[in-house]
Structures are given as C-alpha cells and as structure tokens.
Design a protein around this ligand. Structure first.
Ligand SMILES: [Zn+2]
Length: 182
C-alpha cells in the first residue's frame, strides 16, 4: 500500500449508494510515481480530479456500483524532438463498475466496455487517479508542432559540439523538412 498521507480512502459502495461527489486539486507531489517521472521541480503542479458515485438500479438485483472519474493535469516535460520545454496535458475520463470479488472482475472485464474492478475495503482513490494518469503519459513527450529551432541557434559552440555528438534523429528529420511539419 502507498503511505497513509497520500492515500484517499474511499468506501466505494457507500459512495455509490449516496450518489457521492468528491473533487479536489492536489499538488503533484502527492502522486509520487508521477512526480518521479516528471521531476521534483513539478511538485506544485496541480492535479485536478473529481469523482462521482452512482448506484445503477438492476431489476431483481441489488444495483450496480459505479464510479466515474475525471482527472486533469499539465506536466512540464522536455520535448524529445527539439529539447525545448513542452507542457503535456493529461486527461482522464473513465467509468468503473465494481463487483464483489476479483474473480468476477476478471471474468467480466474482458466483455464489458467499462473497467470492472473488485470492491476493496482498502480502496485508495489516489492510487487509481495516479494509475490512470500514468497510463496517459506519453512514452516520448513531443510538441504537436515544435517551435522554431531558435534554441539551437542561441547556444554557444561548445554546447553545439556536445550536442552534435549525440544522435538526434527527430531534430535532423525536422530540419530536412524545413522545420515546418504539414
Ligand atoms: Zn518540440
């Protein structure tokens, strides 16, 4: 389990039964694994999220337990094409249906459009938010369209030489295309 201070324990069943609503804006440092990927300087970047519980009536049954989650953040990263700063927006909007146990969850998750999770008395909403945001992280952060290569012209020769020793396939490709894609 994650350490107590960053966990957001949630009784999902009660949350659904009461049609609960919860939202917050947490600093990124609350999400250790995300912060590790981005760097300490992003500790104060806000992660905004909101969650809604829903009990969906089922004829002749106890009703389905649903959790809807939205999360959003903008992470400062380094573009791997032009090496300038790039702000990577992560958006999560998912729904989960909770079932009694792990075996049922596994059996139903393949067929269901929604994610099926097992009810867990130790459920930690923060861990779910973090898992989802991590899955949205690009493997290689890049600008949609890189700004012009001003950065490279402004640096001194020593730096240029150091950089020249490193292969930069994307930067070279951008140059071949005249810097402007599309
Ligand atoms: Zn770029």
């Amino acid at each position: 389990m994650k350490k107590e201070s960053s966990a957001i324990p949630l009784d999902v069943r009660a949350f659904a039964q009461s049609a609960g609503q919860r939202s917050a804006s947490d600093p990124l440092q609350k999400y250790e694994r995300l912060l590790q990927d981005v760097g300490e300087e992003a500790a104060e970047v806000p992660v905004e999220w909101s969650a809604q519980g829903e009990l969906r009536p089922v004829t002749g049954g106890p009703g389905q337990i649903w959790l809807h989650l939205q999360a959003h953040t903008r992470l400062p990263m380094t573009c791997q094409r032009c090496l300038a700063d790039v702000e990577v927006a992560l958006e999560v909007d998912r729904s989960y249906r909770f079932v009694a146990d792990e075996a049922t969850a596994e059996a139903e998750d393949d067929e269901a459009e929604e994610d099926v999770l097992a009810l867990d008395p130790e459920f930690d909403l923060a861990a779910l938010i973090e898992d989802e945001l991590l899955m949205e992280m690009p493997l290689v952060p890049v600008h949609d369209v890189c700004p012009s290569e001003v950065k490279f012209e402004a640096v001194d020769e020593g730096f240029d030489k150091a950089m020249a020793d490193k292969p930069k396939p994307f930067a070279a490709l951008a140059k071949l295309r005249g810097g402007g894609l599309e």
